[in-house]
Design a protein around this ligand. Structure first.
Ligand code: MN
Length: 234
């Protein structure tokens, strides 16, 4: 029997509200431009023909409450408050009508972004990885089971930096609904338990600097908090 050359990375996990068991993370899908007002502030239009995605590696997960260093390679580090869907059952070519059956629960998330690198990649028609899929870029609060969360729509989604509100919208503003996203993704991937979907951010994105405290909330979910520390010494 072969042995591993070195210890594999630890599995990233997310707390489940009120429970001891942890939710192990597989993939992190992120939806682009899923609120019309945010697409507008980014100087683009929402594509209503189909959603589009980028991914983050599971190791990018950071629990709510953490203090993380200002990341390398950027001078325009942004917050994006997001409603996160946690998959809990396999889904493959799931119809919209039954797509929610695959959902384990929901959480508050932050899609932290090196905006300067993302926009440079966008302008050069290159992939967004440097701007989006970097270490400690996927912050998440404890997951609430779907059965304990009301029908998606009226919940308010907000984000504040040092107490000043920057993002304020409702889940009913989502261009692509959760069932549409799960159904659509399941035509391109075999969705499995552990897959997370960050469903996009409302208008009001902006920069943070060392010393800032980011707080976010969605009605019915544990709130999220992130503190930005100084950049690491090179
Ligand atoms: Mn985002």
């Amino acid at each position: 029997m072969s042995t591993l050359l070195f210890a594999p990375p630890t599995v990233s996990t997310v707390a489940v509200a009120g429970e001891d068991a942890l939710y192990p993370v597989n993939r992190i899908f992120c939806v682009g431009r899923n609120y019309a007002d945010h697409a507008k502030e980014m100087g683009v239009e929402v594509d209503r023909e189909a959603p589009f995605y980028f991914l983050k590696h599971a190791g990018a997960i950071v629990p709510s409450g953490a203090t993380i260093p200002y990341p390398p390679g950027t001078s325009n580090y942004h917050y994006e408050m997001e409603f996160v869907v946690a998959i809990g059952a396999p889904a493959w070519n799931a119809p919209v009508e039954t797509a929610l059956d695959a959902v384990f629960g929901y959480a508050c998330g932050l899609d932290m972004t090196r905006r300067d690198l993302q926009l440079e990649a966008r302008a050069k028609q290159r992939p967004w990885d440097l701007g989006k899929d970097f270490e400690q870029s996927a912050v998440i609060a404890p997951i609430v089971r779907a059965a304990s969360f009301a029908a998606i729509g009226p919940q308010r989604i907000t984000l504040a930096v040092n107490g000043a509100v920057k993002q304020d919208a409702h889940l009913s503003d989502l261009v692509w609904s959760v069932e549409e996203l799960v159904s659509h993704l399941s035509r391109y991937y075999h969705l499995v338990p552990g897959d997370l979907i960050y469903t996009g951010t409302p208008a009001g994105v902006g920069p943070v600097v060392a010393g800032d405290r980011v707080t976010g909330s969605i009605d019915g979910l544990p709130s999220i908090e992130l503190k930005i520390g100084p950049a690491e010494a090179v």
